[in-house]
Write a protein that binds this ligand. Sequence first.
Ligand SMILES: [Zn+2]
Length: 137
Amino acid sequence: MGFDKFGRKSFTNMTKTAKFVDLLAEGKVEGTVCKQCGAKYFPPRADCAACLSKDMDWFEMPKKGVLETYTTAMYAPFGFEKDAPYTMGLVDFGNDLKLFARLDKALKQEEVKIGMEVSVRPITYDDGQLSFEIIKA
Ligand SMILES: [Zn+2]
């Protein structure tokens, strides 16, 4: 599966980390980990930025993180116009591992709090595009 299957609007279809989209289809949200130095990356990277190794493996993102911050987009950029308003958040999983994604649309604005425990799950939009989103843990 190519990266053209990823997200509300994909701007690329070939990357060295295209397996990410296959993993989403299997129900897994995974990042990459360097086999040489152990550095973890999300979004996944094909090469380690710490030691420059190309020897990378996949790992499943932790089940629990903390919502570090969030914002709601009332106006959306090109390709996302029909989705606004939507809320995006930054999740801290510890050890410098962070994830940026939209929040589950079912979450009410008053339920969203900085510091709340959250998780991440794969989603399939109604047009078949794959992505991942932040959910309440
Ligand atoms: Zn490394």
